[in-house]
Design a binder for this molecule. Structure first.
Ligand code: AP5
Length: 196
C-alpha cells in the first residue's frame, strides 16, 4: 500500500489536488470534511452536531473523526493505498492513525504539505463561497477562524511526521496543473522506496 497525507491550511488545494491524484494513482480518497458534509446533508445526529462546530470554523471532536476514518479504512483495505485529506488535524488524530495503520501492517509513507499565503487562502475561499453553498466559506470571519484553528491545533501535526522524516513541502501557488506536476514528481520518486 502507499498511504499519503495531503496536508495544508483551509483553501490550500487539498481537495482539488486529491481528485487528480486518486485518478492517477488509484488511491482511496478519505476526506473527513466530505464525510462530515455527507452526514450534514443526510441530517444524521452526528451531522447536526458537527454542523454547529463547522459553521463557527471549529474542529469537531477527535473521537468523531477517528471513528469515521476507522470505519472507512476497514471497508477499503483492498485498495492500492489511502490519500488522507483533512485528517489528521490534531496530535491525537495523528497517533490514532499511526496505531490504526500499524494494526493493518502498514503506515503513512509521506505527508505532503501545501504551502500557500494567507491572503491567497482567503481569496480562494471567499471566491468559492460565492457559488459552493458551503456555509463556512461565505463569511470572512469564519474563514479566518478556520485558519486560526489550523495554526493553533493542526500545524503541529507536521512535527509528528517530521520526526520520522516523512514531511515534504510543496509550493501550493500557481496553476492547478503546475502544482499537480510538483506533487506527482515527488510521489513518483517516493513510490519507488519502501517507507514503512
Ligand atoms: P475540510 O472540508 O477539510 O475543509 P478545509 O480544510 O477547511 O479545506 P477546504 O476544503 O476548504 O480547502 P482545501 O485545502 O481542500 O482546498 P480546495 O481544493 O477545496 O473541513 C471543513 C470543516 O470540517 C473543518 O473546519 C472542521 O470543522 C471539520 N473537520 C474536517 N476534518 C476534520 C478533522 N480531521 N478533525 C476535526 N474537524 C474536522 O480549494 C479551495 C478553493 O480554491 C476551491 O474553490 C478551488 O477551486 C480553489 N483552488 C484550488 N487550487 C487552486 C489554485 N492552484 N489556484 C486558484 N484556486 C485554486
Amino acid at each position: 500500500m502507499f498511504n499519503l497525507i495531503l496536508f495544508g491550511p483551509p483553501g490550500s488545494g487539498k481537495g482539488t489536488q486529491s481528485e487528480k491524484l486518486i485518478a492517477k494513482y488509484h488511491l482511496r480518497h478519505l476526506s473527513t470534511g466530505d464525510l462530515l458534509r455527507s452526514e450534514i446533508s443526510r441530517k444524521t445526529p452526528l451531522g447536526i452536531e458537527a454542523k454547529k462546530l463547522m459553521d463557527k470554523g471549529n474542529l469537531v471532536p477527535d473521537e468523531v473523526v477517528i471513528g469515521m476514518i476507522n470505519d472507512a479504512v476497514d471497508l477499503n483495505m483492498e485498495s492500492a493505498g489511502f490519500l488522507f485529506d483533512g485528517f489528521p488535524r490534531t496530535a491525537v488524530q495523528a497517533e490514532e492513525l499511526d496505531n490504526l495503520l500499524a494494526r493493518k501492517h502498514t503506515c503513512i509513507d509521506v505527508m505532503i504539505a501545501l504551502e500557500v499565503s494567507e491572503d491567497e487562502l482567503i481569496k480562494r475561499l471567499l471566491k468559492r463561497g460565492e457559488t459552493s453553498g458551503r456555509s463556512d466559506d461565505t463569511n470572512e470571519i469564519v474563514i479566518r477562524a478556520r485558519i486560526a484553528e489550523y495554526h493553533k491545533k493542526t500545524a503541529t501535526v507536521a512535527d509528528h511526521y517530521r520526526k520520522a522524516q516523512k514531511v515534504v513541502l510543496i509550493k501550493g501557488e500557481g496553476t492547478v496543473d503546475e502544482i499537480f506536476a510538483r506533487l506527482t514528481a515527488e510521489i513518483d520518486h517516493l513510490m519507488k522506496v519502501d517507507n514503512c
